[in-house]
Design a protein around this ligand. Structure first.
Ligand code: GDR
Length: 302
């Protein structure tokens, strides 16, 4: 989504891809931009290859999204999560520092850094309180981003993005799992969908709008961190209900609860205050939960 957005602004886009990864190029093909993005192989945890890529390509803007991105997988693979997120962002910051490049760096932070909302809204001022190896890694990397900004004057900033969905969402994330199951159930090829805790609430937004906020952050004169969300939080039960309703189905007849999908340290509620992004970036999300469900269904690639 970000590559597509940057191409629409006439950027030359260089994407990176792990040696064993097929997913990145598949998504570029689905978006019809495979031939427009120059792909380079990169192991973000290997400093030498990060430094050489930076030195050889001299980018003006760097969007650091390359890392293990599943919260649930981070409990099973904490080392891979920590390495890819913390070491990966450190390698990038060091490479920019040592190559004296005046690049602007966007770092993909997460609502997972803040932990639960409790009785307050989550904003840039909220103390970090991560509850998963993923959240811990994102929080540490954010502190590196802030430290390199303050210590070395590097333009580096964090976007604390809340859940952002699109038809490209892999099926191991709950929204795509629900949509794909609804399609299978409505066509008669499946009867049940198994989910974890339906009482959690999330702020679900539309990824194509969020990449715009990321870009806007790098157009500022001075680097600042931003919360990027819709400002509305809904229960997973509501997401399930609306998705099944789209297909004329009653979710209660098709959803089973499976303890396997519960997280031990779960964030029950995640509510954002997006005043800063609205005021400073002049960014305003348009799509809300109903539009996101329709958008994922009607724009799906199959
Ligand atoms: P999340 O997304 O962990 O919030 O991270 P995910 O869709 O995996 O989970 C959202 C919530 O749904 C609950 N849940 C289930 N989740 C999955 N995957 N499968 C299930 O069957 C299921 N049942 C209930 C989860 O417990 C959770 O509360 C996403 C990622 O994009 C991160 O990279 C990003 O940083 C955050 O959003 C903001």
């Amino acid at each position: 989504m970000l590559a597509k957005f940057l191409l629409s602004k006439n950027y030359n886009v260089i994407g990176t891809c792990r040696r064993d990864s097929k997913i990145n190029s598949k998504n570029l093909e689905l978006l019809g931009i495979y031939n427009k993005v120059k792909l380079e192989l990169l192991d973000i945890t290997d400093y030498k290859s990060v430094f050489e890529l930076i030195k050889n390509t001299k980018p003006n803007e760097i969007y650091c999204l390359a890392a293990q991105s599943s919260v649930s997988l981070s409990f099973l693979k904490p080392k891979e999560t920590i390495d890819s997120i913390i070491i990966g962002s450190l390698n990038l910051l060091e490479a920019v520092k040592l190559s004296n490049l005046k690049a602007k760096i966007y770092f993909a932070g997460s609502s997972e850094c803040f932990g639960p909302s409790l009785d307050f809204l989550l904003s840039e001022e909220t103390p970090l309180n991560p509850k998963s190896p993923y959240g811990i890694a994102k929080s540490s990397a954010h502190w590196l981003v802030k430290n390199y900004r303050e210590n070395y004057g590097i333009f580096s900033c964090t976007g604390f993005l809340f859940n952002h969905e699109s038809p490209l969402r892999p099926k191991n994330f709950v929204t795509q799992k629900i949509i794909q199951s609804c399609i299978q159930i409505s066509s008669g090829s499946k009867d049940f969908l198994e989910l974890g805790n339906l009482n959690i609430s999330r702020d679900w937004g539309w990824a194509p709008e969020y990449v715009q906020a990321m870009w806007m952050m790098l157009q500022l004169d001075c680097p600042e961190d931003f919360v990027v969300a819709t400002g509305e939080s809904h229960s997973l039960k509501k997401f399930v209900d609306l998705s099944f309703q789209y297909f004329g189905l009653n979710w209660k007849n098709h959803v089973k609860i499976n303890n396997e999908f519960f997280r031990k340290t779960e964030i029950l509620e995640s509510k954002a205050d997006i005043k800063k992004a609205k005021t400073i970036l002049n960014w305003k999300p348009q799509k809300k939960i109903d539009d996101i469900i329709v958008g994922m269904i009607e724009n799906r690639f199959d």
